[in-house]
Design a protein around this ligand. Structure first.
Ligand code: GDP
Length: 442
């Protein structure tokens, strides 16, 4: 996960500050030296790291902070606010055109994740009730058109293509097509190169002139660190961009790009890509990212994901069943599926305050395997067995185990867990309100 090293180093610096109680100016300066090093090691642009530390120090050595009852807390609060400001302060959203279709031009180097993110963006807009159209303007690699068609199909979004013609003409034709077919967003996937070069920029400029995009979003790979920031600067100077989609933030990038892009280019990060799956896309919220970096978790994103992905009707049905202690294995299965929709176990866990760094990758993987195993076992049960777990006798257990590629003891363990959940629900029955709660998890 991104920012791990930075988080650790910052938290070590703050721990030392906290252990001191009363702080002197020298204590703050010492801590800020550590912060500066941590930023540099995270591949933050050196000028930005320097400016950041100066800004924090200036605010932190004021008497109001040093003489307060919780000086270390105050310093951390300032770091949090300055980190947020560094990444742009407020969330920066897509500006939709007053007269549809809104045209979004995606550009970026080869391999940055352009095609994947064209589809991710289209899917997230579709979920918001929009009717996006994807257009294949990367004409140099036949595989690129095919790839867009594949991800478009996965997202359930139409793809406009005219084979390997002139990308400027294709972009124009796509715009007509969008207008004629009532698409309210047109997302253009363009060609990438290995490096920024004149021919590429020239083509993008011509596409820009032809379709007058409402948003030009540059897709950059967070794993490339300072290079990502340099690429963003070049594209911004030549083409003029409106924002950045920072991809592969799920990898073990040190995070420097996320912290420097805005300050270097003046353009905000609008979205973060956090995985290869099409729903691994998050709107970029500077304040939430800052609290994730400082290990304070990101409950807001987690709650939003739950609201978006968890089927409220099913959750209400589940709550009713829980109330009457009438859950069965279908409910167990459903809760796993709902949970999976929110992303991988580790991405969910990492958003919980205080969890980051405390649960090992190995434990997460184990949890993930356990969930898969549970799903396999339940799907090997007959409808009758799922509804009546008490009917599962030894011969049924053997059949279920062999059907799911597990062992009888795995089936036994699941049955025990299930009984425990039921018992727990019974004990909780009648206590307190349960309206709107999340479905239970196996
Ligand atoms: P393009 O050449 O810019 O169109 O890049 P692609 O969309 O083909 O992506 C290049 C590779 O990066 C593919 O293998 C993608 O699956 C992968 N990829 C894209 N976005 C992400 C992301 O956010 N996280 C991870 N882990 N991989 C990604």
């Amino acid at each position: 996960m991104a920012f791990e090293g930075l988080s650790e180093k910052l938290s070590a610096a703050f721990k030392r500050l906290r252990s001191k109680g009363k702080l002197t100016e020298a204590d703050v300066r010492q801590a800020m030296r550590e912060v500066r090093l941590a930023l540099l090691e995270a591949d933050v642009n050196y000028k930005i790291a320097k400016q950041f530390v100066n800004d924090v120090t200036e605010r932190a050595i004021g008497s109001a902070v040093l003489e307060s009852l919780t000086p270390a807390q105050q310093v951390i609060k300032i770091v949090n606010e300055e980190l947020t400001a560094l990444m742009g302060g407020e969330q920066s959203r897509i500006r939709y055109a007053s007269k549809p279709p809104t045209v979004i031009l995606l550009c970026g180097l080869q391999g940055s994740g352009k095609t994947t993110h064209a589809a991710k963006l289209a899917l997230s807009m579709k979920k918001q009730g929009k009717r996006p159209l994807l257009a294949a303007c990367d004409v140099y690699r036949p595989a690129a058109i095919k790839q867009l068609q594949v991800v478009g199909e996965k997202a359930g979004v139409p793809v406009f293509e005219q084979g390997q013609g002139d990308p400027v003409k294709i972009a124009k034709a796509a715009l007509h097509h969008a207008k004629d077919h009532g698409s309210d967003v047109l997302i253009l996937d363009t060609a990438g190169r290995l490096h920024v070069d004149e021919a590429l920029m020239d083509e993008l400029k011509r596409i820009k002139a032809a379709v007058e995009p409402d948003e030009i979003l540059l897709v950059v790979d967070a794993m490339t660190g300072q290079d990502a920031v340099n690429v963003a600067s070049s594209f911004n100077e030549v083409l003029g961009i409106d924002g950045v989609i920072l991809t592969k933030l799920d990898g073990d990038t040190r995070g420097g790009a996320a912290l420097s892009v805005r300050a270097v280019t003046g353009k905000p990060i609008k979205f973060a890509g956090t995985g290869e799956k099409l729903d691994d896309l998050e709107p970029f919220h500077p304040e939430r990212m800052a609290s994730r970096i400082l290990g304070m978790g990101d409950m807001l994103t987690l709650i939003e994901k739950a609201e978006q992905e968890v089927d409220q009707k099913k959750a209400a049905e589940m709550a009713k069943k829980l109330k009457h202690n009438a859950i069965d294995f279908n409910d167990f299965l459903e809760s796993i599926r709902q949970m999976k929709k929110m992303g991988s176990l580790s991405s969910v866990m990492n958003m919980l305050p205080g969890v980051r760094g405390k649960v090992s990758e190995e434990q997460m993987d184990k949890g993930e395997i356990e969930m898969k195993r549970t799903e396999a076992i339940i799907t090997s049960m007959t409808a009758y067995e799922r509804e009546r777990p008490e009917s599962i006798n030894p011969s049924r257990k053997r059949r279920i185990a062999s059907g799911s590629g597990t062992k009888v003891e795995d089936v036994n363990r699941l049955l025990r867990n299930f009984e425990q959940t039921r018992k727990m629900m019974k004990q909780m029955g009648g206590k307190g309100k349960r309206r709107g709660r999340m479905p239970m998890l196996p």
